[in-house]
Design a protein around this ligand. Structure first.
Ligand code: GDP
Length: 444
């Protein structure tokens, strides 16, 4: 999700990150870019306006201009406001009612309702340890009832059989009765969808709502429809007391307009997002994490904390200066880096916190994580000082000698040199903004 929005914003952010001072005029320019990025992501206009207004007020205030790290400060404001507009906190399901707690699922045809019923059933069963039953009140499409039955078997939850000759309310009453007798914790009710919200659909779902007295009424909506998702959910919520929204197909949605608009437009929280066709593709919606992801920030704040505690600041600072001046990253620098990674308990957990990591290919990440690090350090240690400073010296016979010295094969040395070259390239690229910004964050 959000790839295109992230891409659009990352240029703006990179420019700000490297900047020592911000002025009112470049804040204005940056907020204009943020505004365009949001509109292109199909975020609803009132949401864009509210966001930009709040970002501007905070940014032009003391918060940014007086900050030691104005670029970082502005990015933090954008992130805070994105988080706030999506509802700040993750919203949990309210299942604190006498069992069975009923969850009524509504949505347009094709939104992914039935799939989501199965995903939610699995989520409640596996993560919340609930005894779950599902039932379909879609009497117009016998195939939908069959689809739910198959899915229920797949995820291993109870299925209450219904058929097309019954009234939807009668089905739900019978299912509740059965669920109570079977000591079911949660009963999820799938309902009929329509191609658009019309009077007949609303009348039926209202009657169902009255019969089921649900603890949760969730509206399932396709995130690929962008801001329309928010408008549809709003129409629906005007007729029924909606308790939350589930956004589906976020795996196919590069823009993210729905995620950013739903809360503001409907006043209802997004509780889950669907991420694929399989039954494990459901995630609790965390506004703060999503906002960080949009900005491709990783978890910068906790990274900074971790780095502050464990990194040798002088070395880090020297490297940052060196890279920023465009001087060559050599094998001594690589060893320093590797040793610091070791100090931090391996890079695996750290990598994801680094900003811009989205752009580093997985195979590169894999090479610098885990057990490899001590081996890499050993290889560098068996080089001469001169070789470390000038990696170009490392011809075949030198590499063979180094391998012997480290007790490894020449192929290991070659591999390390490849990794060095990749890091060197990355460092050269980071010279402008990334590293410097990171260091500045550490001091601020
Ligand atoms: P319903 O008519 O609302 O019940 O929709 P269905 O549950 O039958 O889903 C319609 C189509 O969307 C199916 O092909 C699903 O596999 C697909 N689908 C549902 N949720 C997701 C999702 O989160 N991601 C992707 N990629 N496909 C989904």
């Amino acid at each position: 999700m959000f790839e295109s929005l992230t891409q659009r914003l990352s240029g703006t952010i990179e420019r700000l990150r490297g900047r020592g001072r911000l002025t009112e005029s470049n804040i204005t320019e940056a907020t204009r870019e943020v505004r365009i990025a949001l509109l292109e992501a199909d975020v609803a206009l009132p949401v864009v306006q509210a966001l930009i207004q709040r970002i501007k007020v905070r940014a032009v205030g003391q918060e940014v201009l007086k900050s030691l790290t104005p670029g970082q400060a502005l990015i933090r404001i954008v992130r805070d406001e994105l988080t706030a507009v999506m509802g700040a906190q993750a919203s949990d399901l309210n299942l604190n009612v006498p069992a069975p707690a009923v969850i009524l699922m509504a949505g347009l045809q094709g939104a992914g309702k039935t799939t989501t019923v199965a995903k939610l059933a699995r989520h409640l069963k596996e993560r919340r340890k609930k005894k779950v039953m599902v039932v379909s009140a879609d009497v117009y499409r016998p195939a939908a009832i069959e689809q739910l039955k198959t899915l229920a078997q797949q995820v291993g939850v109870l299925f209450f059989a219904s058929d097309a000759s019954q009234q939807p309310e009668a089905i739900v009453r019978a299912a509740i009765e059965d669920a109570r007798k079977s000591y079911v914790d949660v009963l999820i009710v799938d309902t009929a969808g329509r191609t658009s919200i019309d009077a007949a659909m609303m009348a039926e779902i209202k009657a169902l709502h009255a019969a089921a007295n649900p603890a949760e009424t969730l509206f399932v909506v396709d995130s690929m429809t962008g801001q329309d998702a928010a408008t549809t959910a709003k129409h629906f919520s005007e007729a029924l007391p909606l308790t939350g929204v589930v956004l589906t197909k976020t795996d196919g949605d590069a823009r993210g307009g729905a995620a950013l608009s739903v809360r503001y437009i409907t006043g209802k929280p997004i509780k889950f997002i669907g991420t694929g066709e399989k039954t494990d593709g459901l995630d609790v919606f965390h506004p703060d994490r999503v906002a960080s992801r949009i900005l491709d920030m990783g978890d910068v704040l906790s990274l900074v904390e971790q780095v502050e505690q464990q990194v040798d600041r002088d070395k880090a600072q020297k490297l940052a200066e060196k890279v920023a001046k465009g001087r060559k990253f050599d094998l001594n620098d690589m060893r320093d880096q590797l040793e610091q990674m070791q100090n931090m308990g391996g890079l695996a957990g750290l990598m994801d916190k680094l900003p811009g990591v989205g752009q580093i290919p997985d195979h590169v990440k894999a090479q610098v994580t885990g057990k490899e690090v001590p081996r890499m350090v050993a290889i560098i240690n068996s080089m001469t000082k001169k070789e470390r400073r000038n990696p170009a010296l490392l011809n075949g016979s030198r590499r063979a000698r180094i391998a012997r010295g480290a007790g490894m094969a020449p192929a290991d040395v070659n591999k390390l040199m490849k990794q060095y070259q990749q890091m060197e390239k990355m460092m050269a690229k980071m010279g402008r903004g990334g590293m410097k910004g990171l260091m500045r964050g550490m001091q601020g």
